[in-house]
Design a protein around this ligand. Structure first.
Ligand code: BTN
Length: 250
């Protein structure tokens, strides 16, 4: 079980609940949100039996190997700020991974964190009225993945060649989340979008395929709009604004 003592020492005043096993920390955090918990409350688990990913996918949550946590965020942000909030959390995850494992991350729009081209972390944000439940999953010490995930997934351990402290990573992650959310609430989405564009090889001039409601769009990325949606120049010269969907290299 993750040792919460050093994390609590660095995060005094934050409520952190850690469970042995649960279906999904998203549901646990929503329960706490509805009970009136404070903003910043974290629920994590050693294992999730029904971990949720974006676009209805599952999130593989091997016991004790990763960080699986959801935060309750009571913000003054509106629905239109959700893409920037998701990117702020992606930036925070990438920064904490680099600080912990000494490996360089890439960000794939809207919210995948990549190491050596493979996914090591993902963000799932859910709006509940004015509040947000934000889930962060990081593959930390997995030494292998199920066959169907193996070609596209990695962990900090696989990428860095040594096992990593989940406690150290969680403490840095929470610190970075606070810093990026402060930036977002104080200055609005623009600085977050600028930082994301700098940190991501997917935002400008990248040949991609975007899966959209049964359609696969091929084109070249052309920056973000003011809300953080992805501009795509299709091969026939037309333009599309991508609001959601899976982006992959062409
Ligand atoms: C994605 O990239 O598809 C998003 C993955 C989000 C996974 C995290 S793990 C903690 C939280 N609980 C869940 O069930 N999902 C999120």
């Amino acid at each position: 079980m993750l040792d919460l003592a050093p994390v609590r020492a660095q995060q005094p005043g934050r409520r952190i609940v850690w469970l042995e096993s649960t279906g999904s920390t998203m549901a646990e955090a929503l329960k706490l949100l509805r009970e009136g918990c404070a903003s910043g409350t974290v629920v994590g688990a050693e294992e999730q039996t029904a971990g949720k990913g974006r676009l209805g996918r599952n999130w593989h949550s091997q016991r004790g190997a990763g960080l699986y946590a959801s935060l309750v965020l009571r913000t003054s942000l509106e629905g239109k700020d959700l893409p920037a909030l998701t990117m702020a959390l992606g930036l925070a995850a990438a920064e904490s991974i680099t600080a912990t494992a000494g490996v360089r991350c890439d960000l794939r729009w809207p919210n995948d964190v990549l190491l050596q081209g493979r996914k090591c972390a993902g963000i799932l944000t859910e709006l509940h009225g004015k509040d947000v439940v934000a889930g962060i999953g990081i593959n930390v010490n997995q030494s292998s993945f199920p066959a169907e995930l193996a070609p596209a997934a990695t962990s900090l351990r696989l990428a860095s060649g040594r096992s990593q402290s989940r406690e150290g990573l969680l403490a840095r992650l929470l610190e970075a989340v606070d810093a990026y959310l402060e930036l977002l609430t104080t200055h609005g989405p623009m600085p977050i979008l600028a930082l994301f564009s700098q940190a991501s090889s997917y935002v400008h001039g990248r040949r991609v395929v975007v899966d959209q409601e049964g359609e696969a769009l091929s084109g070249t990325t052309d920056g973000l709009d003011a809300c953080g949606f992805l501009r795509l120049r299709l091969d026939d010269g037309s333009r599309r604004l991508i609001l959601a969907g899976g982006v992959r290299p062409a």
